[in-house]
Write a protein that binds this ligand. Structure first.
Ligand code: PAF
Length: 284
């Protein structure tokens, strides 16, 4: 397994891989790899000839007062996990390598980025899209893998890749959950034991929403009210948002009469947890 810290190193390796006609897969990460990431890595390994993992805690997607400093940095454990899965190349650049002295060019995806997580983290998708565009240009993957857990990020990146004609296929992988339903996230480690117990309220609220929609509830307000009730009853969490949106542009729907994305973000202690499901209305 090659570990590259510079763009020049990656370009040299990739040129050789391309020359031999191999397909290249890429899993962009910020490290702190958990089973959710590992499921992406395994799929990339199985589906592509040459598997690249990028590990870069991207400062431009963190806002003032967010957890950039405390974000888990576990390079040795990440390296060992990549090795075990059979990753071919880890790209782990410095901030200077990625952004130089001053970065003046940014990628914004309008409309899809502005609500849900974009409303409370207005800098976030600009940072994500810019770094992912850079990584696509450096690694030039045929296929890139992202988790459904970050459904808005996935939709924004798909749109960016389509609008900017990146020659890459975006593949999504299902959310990996703990036995009690909590979606895996690097930020789960900010939870103490009591908060960890309460955190299951996110997936429980989503499950309730799925049942309501499947049994014929078409009013988004009623579904959201039921979800709020579960979160208030089972946790001390502070809701950032609960939204029911269409699957493409992620705009709030007035009526649940087609498959929708139900997404939420909840603050528990210092952690801000997100989760989502897709739900389809009962067939008539
Ligand atoms: O999902 C993440 O870990 C990050 O947002 C990503 C896509 C690697 C960009 O920094």
């Amino acid at each position: 397994m090659i570990i590259a810290e510079t763009i020049a190193q990656v370009r040299e390796v990739i040129a050789g891989v391309r020359a031999s006609g191999k397909t290249i897969g890429c899993v962009p990460t910020m490290g702190g790899l958990h089973e959710g990431h590992l499921s992406l890595l395994r799929r990339c390994r199985a589906e592509c000839d040459f598997a690249v993992v990028t590990i870069f805690v991207n400062p431009t997607q963190f806002g003032p007062g967010e957890d950039l400093e405390s974000y888990p940095r576990t390079f040795e454990a990440d390296r060992a996990a990549c090795e075990e899965i059979g990753v071919d190349l880890i790209f782990a650049p410095s901030v200077k390598e990625m952004y130089g002295e001053e970065n003046l060019s940014w990628v914004n995806v309008e409309k899809i980025s502005s609500h849900l997580c974009g409303a409370s983290r207005p800098h976030f998708f600009r940072g994500v899209c810019t770094v992912v565009a850079k990584l696509f240009n450096i690694v030039t993957p045929d296929i890139a893998y992202f988790g459904q857990k970050d459904a808005q990020q996935l939709a924004v990146i798909r749109r960016m890749a389509a609008d900017l004609n990146f020659f890459v296929e975006i593949r999504s992988c299902p959310t990996v959950r703990e036995a009690d339903g909590l979606a895996l996230s690097s930020r789960n480690q900010y939870l103490d034991a009591d908060q960890r117990r309460q955190a299951v309220c996110l997936s429980r609220a989503l499950e309730r929403a799925r049942q309501l929609v499947a049994s014929g509830e078409t009013n988004p307000g009623a579904v959201i009210a039921a979800m709020k009730e579960i979160i208030a009853r089972e946790s001390q969490g502070r809701i950032d948002y609960i939204s029911i949106v269409d699957n493409e542009l992620l705009q709030p729907v007035a009526r649940i009469d087609r498959p929708v994305l139900i997404a939420l973000a909840v603050h528990l202690g210092t952690a801000r947890l997100i989760d989502n499901i897709t739900a389809a209305p009962a067939k008539k």
